[in-house]
Design a protein around this ligand. Structure first.
Ligand SMILES: [Zn+2]
Ligand SMILES: [Zn+2]
Length: 244
């Protein structure tokens, strides 16, 4: 027996809506590949420094480090703490090429950003992913920050530029260095390809995880010195202060 057009439509809807949660494998009808239970269980970052998003015991505060040394960026927008399962998801995306996980996290970050834009946060003129050094790029084959930036750009209809900032030095990995060593390591590591191209722009830097914030600070400083109007940082996760 032939299906009636109405039945065909129902089958189409059923096929379209059958989606598995990437975290628990249960079927979900949420627009993203994560079920509502898993989404609400993520380590959402609530109380944080108003500048660098460092987790703090209460909201509306600025952390000691930002008070001592005001970062060159204006604000960090980040949905999660770098804690289970976000740490595992980011690692699988970043080091094992599990792109659907990165895409899911970027879609949820886009949702957080859209919510903030609706509340009055200024939208950037352009988003710039933190560049990888050439050697790292060759080893990994892709820049995870650029992938996040393009997914955000698609979801939020915002421009992305990968060409405005170049990483000139193959700096050693930042992991395991203290703040002072990171700063030294970062000095002169980046250069603007077209300094006049950022004049008066509101720029959002895109990265996967914010640890000390020194990379974002160095890049924001470079952009502000070249005449950018404002620099924000959008990333997936924020680490707590070492030792916390
Ligand atoms: Zn789930
Ligand atoms: Zn801070």
């Amino acid at each position: 027996m032939r299906c009636q057009p109405h039945d065909n439509y129902q089958v189409y809807i059923w096929l379209k809506s059958e989606q598995m949660c990437l975290l628990c494998d249960e079927q979900t009808d949420s627009p993203h590949a994560i079920c509502i239970a898993c989404e609400s269980d993520l380590p959402w970052l609530i109380d944080q420094c108003e500048r660098c998003a460092l987790p703090l015991p209460m909201s509306g505060l600025i952390c000691a480090q930002c008070t001592r040394h005001s970062p060159a960026f204006n604000e960090v927008i980040v949905p999660w703490l770098y804690d289970f399962p976000i740490d595992a998801l980011v690692t699988r995306f970043k080091h094992q090429g599990k792109w659907p996980l990165g895409r899911l996290l970027a879609q949820l970050l886009a949702q957080t950003l859209q919510h903030r834009f609706d509340e009055g946060l200024g939208q950037p003129d352009v988003m710039i992913p933190v560049p990888l050094a050439n050697k790292r790029l060759r080893q990994r084959g892709y820049n995870q920050a650029a992938m996040i930036a393009h997914w955000l750009g698609d979801a939020l209809k915002l421009a992305v530029s990968e060409k405005l900032i170049k990483r000139t030095k193959d700096t050693p990995a930042q992991q395991g260095l203290d703040a002072r060593a990171r700063k030294r390591n970062l000095r002169d590591a980046f250069v603007l390809s077209e300094p006049a191209g950022v004049t008066d722009l509101h720029i959002a830097l895109i990265d996967d995880v914010l640890t000390t914030g020194s990379t974002a600070d160095a890049l924001a400083r470079l952009l502000i010195q070249a005449g950018a109007r404002k620099v924000d940082v959008y990333c997936l996760a924020r680490t707590p202060k070492p030792g916390d």
